[in-house]
Design a protein around this ligand. Structure first.
Ligand SMILES: [Zn+2]
Length: 260
């Protein structure tokens, strides 16, 4: 068991360091990713492989469209560029806790919790990447009104397809790794529902800010024009990271509940 964990830690550090060098992760993000990777491999090789598949494809997607996406959304989104530690924990925290639990008690519900949360995170990432690059003008999931590209809670047809494909990708990987089809199915359902929860929270309670200089909505504390923004809607501390964490938790819990 100990040698297994040590090998897991070594592999995780190698991958996290490579991601940091490729500017997919900040230094803090790399540390958080190495810890999550170690916990995943402690739970089993399949957990580690699932995490790596998710991580490599999500990072590649984020990287591929960084310039266009930054151009279209940098005035709105609070964080662009390498994922920091908080972002990594928001996306992988539930998966890490499920892996830890599975390492101690290998019950099916932990597999469902972990895979459901990861599928939700993949769904949100794919929806965001594809939606902001190729999607038509997004509309608020709650009001149906047109919103600027990058606005939380804004959805487009291509983004929605991206969410489903992202969840199915994690499910397909889990299936290929030998997880039971029933668990794979509930993880996919959890992933799609998690992405839906993400958009609903983004359009309702997520904190929104306003730049008086540009007269534009944003999620940034300081706008890219340099002006300090003011809080105008939602709950101020409920930022994109908290919403991501909650939607992953929702997707994971739904999958665990469906797995019985
Ligand atoms: Zn401004």
């Amino acid at each position: 068991m100990l040698s297994h964990i040590l090998i897991g830690a070594a592999l995780s550090i190698v991958i996290a360091t490579a991601a940091w060098r490729a500017r997919s992760l900040s230094a803090g993000g790399a540390v958080a990713a190495a810890v999550i990777g170690t916990l995943a491999i402690a739970a089993g090789w399949a957990w580690g492989a699932l995490l790596v598949a998710y991580f490599v494809v999500s990072s590649a997607l984020s990287h591929a469209g960084r310039e266009i996406k930054t151009q279209r959304t940098s005035a709105i989104v609070s964080k662009a560029g390498p994922r920091d530690g908080i972002q990594v924990l928001a996306n992988g925290g539930v998966f890490a806790v499920a892996a830890l639990a599975a390492a101690v008690d290998p019950a099916a519900r932990w597999l469902a919790l972990g895979a459901g949360a990861l599928a939700a995170s993949a769904a949100d990432t794919w929806a965001t990447e594809l939606g902001t690059r190729y999607g038509a003008t997004p509309r608020s999931i709650l009001t149906g009104r047109v919103v600027p590209v990058g606005t939380s809670g804004g959805i487009s047809a291509i983004g929605s397809v991206g969410a489903i494909v992202g969840a199915l990708f994690v499910a397909a990987c889990a299936l290929a790794l030998g997880w039971a089809p029933r668990l794979v199915l509930v993880a996919a359902v959890g992933g799609v529902v998690g992405a839906l929860v993400d958009s609903l929270l983004g359009a309702s309670v997520q904190g929104g800010r306003w730049c008086d200089t540009c007269a534009r909505g944003t999620e940034r504390l300081r706008h890219d024009c340099g002006t300090l923004t003011r809080h105008v809607r939602g709950v101020a501390w409920l930022d994109n990271d908290v919403v991501n964490f909650l939607s992953g938790l929702a997707g994971g819990l739904l999958a665990a509940w469906l797995a019985g």
